[in-house]
Design a protein around this ligand. Structure first.
Ligand code: 5GP
Length: 189
């Protein structure tokens, strides 16, 4: 997606540890007109799929998932990283190792909001080593829902996540795939 790539080149910055900061338009301050275009593009790429629910993980996937969901006209459900007394009843559970926070979260989702009748599109901001997506895939499998695909805004193609997910036969669409990045240069696939 050209608009996104241009924006990454203009406003993104590379931090130590292979982290791309896009805080000015995606992860902290959010450019809603850009995210609207991102949502439209996900709709175009998954238009033939009978999506009934969009699944993401807190926190930075939620805003993107919500705007995308308006184009599919379906609810968003997000996996929570913290146990809450407000979560009543049975939950699906999985572990996700966070790339940016270097810790493992016990991720949960209420069984009320995902089941065998659902056709799921996963949405997230970044794909690095694939832990977040693999955790969400675990939850979908546990629920008996059909996984229709995964939409990622920025894939870091030099890390292992994309290959793992594609080798599983999952329909993965990344709007920008970064081949290499350093302080001074960033190239796309
Ligand atoms: P993975 O689980 O694929 O290793 O990493 C994906 C998750 O880590 C995403 O949900 C995202 O929040 C975070 N993440 C991974 N790499 C980056 C990065 O380069 N920049 C930012 N801002 N977040 C990242």
């Amino acid at each position: 997606m050209e608009l996104l790539k241009e924006r990454i080149l203009k406003d993104g910055s590379v931090k130590p540890g292979n982290v791309l900061k896009v805080d000015s338009f995606l992860n902290h301050q959010m450019d809603i007109s850009l995210i609207n275009e991102i949502g439209k593009e996900f709709k175009r790429l998954f238009a033939d799929r009978p999506i009934t629910k969009i699944l993401t993980i807190e926190a930075s996937g939620i805003g993107i998932a919500c705007i995308t969901a308006q184009y599919f006209n379906v609810p968003v459900v997000f996996a929570k990283k913290t146990e809450s007394i407000n979560l009543d009843g049975d939950v699906y559970r999985t572990n996700v190792e966070s790339f940016t926070h270097k810790k493992t979260y016990n991720v949960i989702l209420s069984k009320k909001y995902l089941g065998p009748e659902d056709h799921v599109l996963l949405i997230d901001d970044f794909l690095a080593n694939g832990c977040a997506l693999l955790g969400l895939i675990d939850i979908v499998n546990e629920s008996g829902a059909v996984l229709e695909g995964a939409g990622i805004v920025i894939e870091k193609g030099f890390q292992t996540g994309g290959q793992k997910i594609r080798e599983m036969g999952i329909h993965l669409e990344s709007l920008a795939i970064i081949d290499s990045m350093s302080d001074t240069s960033l190239t796309f696939r």
